[in-house]
Design a binder for this molecule. Structure first.
Ligand code: OXD
Ligand code: MN
Length: 594
């Protein structure tokens, strides 16, 4: 498919090591994808679902020991340990190549090597970057076809350039003890071995679009972030774009596909999805920040997705979708997961491939008793999403009006607050955290600091990453305002106070009003919070202005406790935490003690 010397000699070198029976290029055609689906169905790698209810949809099960990203086996292999930083696992590149070469040796024997040329971002856009993934798995090929832009036009766009990310994946024996997800940012290379689970093997996603891309972004002056992008359209037809970073499992996909509450819907407001997981962001010629979603599909968590929590995501899964590790309803050959409805299938196979009796389900032991694995997934085409933005395929992206950070905090963070400026906003991102609700451990959960929701995804030193955020701020004449939200405050009985889901739009409306200079705010030690009466609660059952007041209170004692936790975290990040962030921390502490 190409005469590109760099591509061909790399493929030859890899093929010599893994020793496939044959090499097949993925050309992006429907005919080839169809043939691969048929082949995967004939071997049992995929099961075709009911063609009337789920046209062109398939079910796949991974090995039971291979169901999630493996952060403890994920490495950043820069030449010096310091450049990978203290938060990442590090291995010397030479040592890593040697170690993994042994695991790769002959691992494709009897198999086909699929060569997948793919683009992150629309081919032809200034944002787009090209990768080539080699894999022994048809499941990976078919997922990559949904999640990225794959095919001939990509390799044509590459021409004879050597500027592409080289990704090698081998399922090998799926041996947990020898599972490695390794990144060589200095070589534009990703090596993944002994896994076949999405997050570890769809190399365009976390590995390239976040870890390698964050490294490239720093070098080239742009940003790769773990952020959704949405457009909020007002009744006049004007659309403002917002990006938001939340840690995994804090509702990014739900916010990205939000359905406005009745009062806003009636008035003519709409929400459009540009992306649900990753944003690549650049400074535009107009001095604003412009963002694209480099992906082409959604790799979403299935459990909990239902008509009420995320109607649009559910609709997106109804055709051309690959389901992984969900429950198989044998009566009508469809899929099911916990939280889809209250009607578990009576004749079903669970995520492990065993006959499943729904009456044995025990919330305290989900992994062993649920029909679908808690991290079971759907891989769905973005263009099947009912609320996909008309700018999804835009070459220049969308201009950002606001950036939002958020975490799951039972007590500390208020419903929403606004940072004072870019530097303070960077600080707010750097202190992001999410709590586990460990009832056994007492009232307050365990805090895991997850800066900008990027803890597992920064391809270099975290202190340098903070410095890059500060440096970017100096290059943006019209920077978006930066906010922090928390949908997860709980009352004394542990119940969520804020209804969340579609009603989060009420908070987005305040954020956009602030960006337009249309509403006042109250200055507090942590930043600006709304006046309680400025959050619209019309049509909200059981939420009063007093509820909002409670959601906006700042508990000085728990914030001071948090300050100590932040100090410990910064210390762990190490020497490269910028002085400006220590200044912001000192200001926060002084404000709280005033
Ligand atoms: C994640 C994901 O783990 O998006 O963050 O899959
Ligand atoms: Mn994610």
């Amino acid at each position: 498919m190409t005469n590109n010397k760099a591509v061909l000699s790399w493929i030859n070198e890899m093929a010599e090591m893994v020793n496939p029976d044959k090499i097949v290029w993925i050309d992006g055609s429907e005919e080839q994808a169809d043939a691969l689906r048929a082949e995967a169905c004939s071997t049992g790698e995929l099961e075709a679902l009911n063609p009337e209810l789920y046209p062109n949809c398939y079910l796949h099960r991974t090995a039971v020991n291979d169901v999630a990203r493996v952060e403890h086996r994920t490495f950043i292999c820069t030449r010096t340990k310091e450049d990978a930083g203290t938060i990442n696992n590090w291995m010397d590149p030479k040592e890593c190549y040697e170690k993994l070469s042994k695991l790769y040796k002959n691992s494709y024997k009897g198999k086909t090597m699929y060569v997948i040329p793919y683009s992150m971002g629309v081919v032809g856009s200034d944002f787009a970057k090209i990768g080539v993934e080699l894999t022994d798995s048809i499941y990976v090929v078919l997922n990559m076809i949904i999640m990225t832009r794959v095919g001939k036009n990509v390799i044509e766009a590459l021409g004879d350039s050597a500027d592409f990310v080289k990704g090698l994946h081998a399922t090998a024996d799926c041996d947990e003890e020898n599972r490695y997800i390794c990144h060589f940012p200095e070589d534009n290379t990703i090596w993944s071995v002994n896994s076949a689970y999405g997050g570890n093997v769809l190399l365009g996603k976390k590995c390239f679009a976040l870890r390698i891309a964050s490294y490239l972004g720093r070098k080239e002056g742009w940003m790769a972030e773990h952020m959704l992008i949405l457009g909020l359209e007002n009744p006049q037809g004007e659309i403002k774009y917002i990006s938001a970073a939340f840690p995994s499992a804090c509702g990014k996909t739900n916010l990205a596909m939000l359905i406005p509450p009745e009062i806003y819907k009636k008035a003519g407001y709409k929400v459009w999805t540009v992306g649900d997981d990753i944003a690549w962001i650049r400074v535009g010629e107009d001095g604003r920040l412009w963002a694209v979603n480099p992906e082409n599909g959604f790799f979403g968590v299935a459990p909990g997705t239902n008509e009420h929590s995320n109607y649009n995501a559910l609709m997106t899964t109804k055709k051309n979708c690959i389901f992984t590790n969900v429950c198989h309803d044998l009566d009508n050959n469809t899929v099911w997961w916990e939280g889809l409805d209250n009607n578990p299938p009576k004749n079903a196979i669970n995520w492990k491939g065993e006959k499943w009796d729904y009456t044995t389900y025990d919330k305290a032991d989900k992994v062993n008793t649920s029909g679908a694995h808690p991290n079971s997934r759907f891989t769905a085409m973005a263009t099947n999403c009912p609320c996909i933005s008309s700018e999804f395929n835009s070459l220049k992206g969308v201009p950002l009006t606001a950036i939002i950070f958020g975490g799951r905090r039972a007590k500390t963070a208020p419903l929403v607050y606004e940072s004072r400026n870019w530097q303070h906003g960077t600080f707010v991102g750097s202190i992001m955290a999410s709590e586990t609700t460990a009832a056994a451990a007492g009232a307050v959960g365990v805090v895991r600091r997850d800066p900008m929701a990027m803890r597992p995804f920064v391809g270099y030193d975290m202190g340098d990453y903070f410095a890059h955020w500060l440096a970017m701020g100096k290059k943006i004449p019209h920077a978006p305002k930066i906010f922090h939200v928390n949908w997860f405050r709980t009352d004394d009985e542990g119940h969520f106070i804020w209804p969340g889901f579609g009603d989060n739009m009420r908070v987005l409306m305040w954020i956009l009003a602030r960006c337009a200079g249309e509403v006042d705010a109250v200055e507090t030690p942590i930043g600006f919070v709304p006046k309680a009466e400025d959050i619209n609660i019309e049509g909200l059952d059981g939420v009063t202005v007093d509820t909002i007041r409670e959601l906006l209170t700042i508990d000085t004692a728990s914030w001071l406790e948090d300050v100590e936790n932040i100090k410990a975290f910064y210390k762990q990040v190490g020497d490269r935490v910028p002085a400006e962030l220590y200044d912001e921390l000192a200001v926060l502490e002084a404000n709280l003690k005033k």
